[in-house]
Design a protein around this ligand. Structure first.
Ligand SMILES: [Zn+2]
Ligand SMILES: [Zn+2]
Length: 263
């Protein structure tokens, strides 16, 4: 990967492979061909970015692709619970009652969600099972779940099934797959992604409305110019009082030492 200047994160586990990589189109195509030759058919999701959102190649070997608190969780059999973006769109728009639940973390849902979806306010995906035990989800109507790219739902759906929910559907390829086909559809806001782009808008372009908070490392939408270097930065509500309007630790140290440059 490195020699063809394709950078990104590859996660390997017994249950599968999940990778997000970036590079010039030709180089990415070569990698796709290589991956399919070795692992069979793979579902790729493409988006375009002017800058490379990764700085290196990382390969992580983990016990699970998505960390859950459920040991030895088998993947649900069959494929019938997946909805294509157009099936998902039609079901959302349809008149029948349903419960739509976002399986992502709260720092992701705050940037955007499907219209009418429930936010379980998860700190991490490990809290999903606990949420299901607490929440009073109607059992007489279908449950529709979604996440960024469809991977987390492969586990989320099992936890629903194991609690007796029979009619559960997941969005195949997640929000990113949906936005490829329905940029003006039922998703509201932007979609957090786990790389330097931070989030993608409805047309899968890197966001201009969100950035990573220098205080906590989570996405934030309060946009301002750094009081020291003037660069555009973002800060979350929690960190704002202690972060003093600067973009980084370096700028905070400088402003403390030298005082505000505009003062
Ligand atoms: Zn913060
Ligand atoms: Zn700065």
């Amino acid at each position: 990967m490195e020699s063809s200047r394709v950078l990104g994160l590859v996660v390997l586990a017994e249950e599968g492979i999940n990778a997000t990589v970036a590079g010039e189109r030709g180089a990415v195509d070569v990698l796709k061909t290589y991956v399919e030759a070795h692992f069979g058919e793979v579902r790729f999701k493409d988006s375009v970015s002017e800058m490379c959102p990764f700085h290196r190649v990382s390969v992580d070997i983990r016990r699970e692709i998505v960390a859950s608190k459920n040991d030895g969780l088998p993947l649900p059999p069959g494929d019938d619970h997946h909805l294509s973006p157009s099936e998902w769109h039609a079901m959302l728009a349809g008149p029948n009652p349903k419960t739509v639940i976002d399986t992502r973390n709260r720092y992701e849902t705050q940037l955007g969600m499907f219209e009418g979806a429930v936010d379980p306010d998860l700190k991490s995906f490990g809290d999903w099972g606990g949420y299901l035990d607490r929440a009073e989800i109607p059992r007489d109507q279908p449950v529709m779940i979604y996440c960024t790219g469809g991977i987390r739902c492969e586990k989320a759906i099992f936890e629903l099934r194991s609690r007796g929910f029979e009619e559960v559907y997941q969005l195949r390829d997640g929000i990113l797959g949906y936005l490829e086909q329905f940029p003006e559809g039922k998703y509201r806001g932007e979609c957090f992604v786990f790389d330097d782009r931070v989030a993608l808008d409805a047309h899968l372009n890197p966001t201009t409305k969100a950035g990573i908070c220098p205080g906590c490392g989570l996405p934030a939408t309060n946009k301002f110019d750094c009081a020291w270097c003037g660069s555009v930065c973002f800060c979350c509500d929690d960190c704002r009082p202690v972060w003093e309007g600067v973009c980084s630790k370096t700028c905070r140290d400088r402003i403390r030492r030298h005082g505000c440059p505009t003062a």
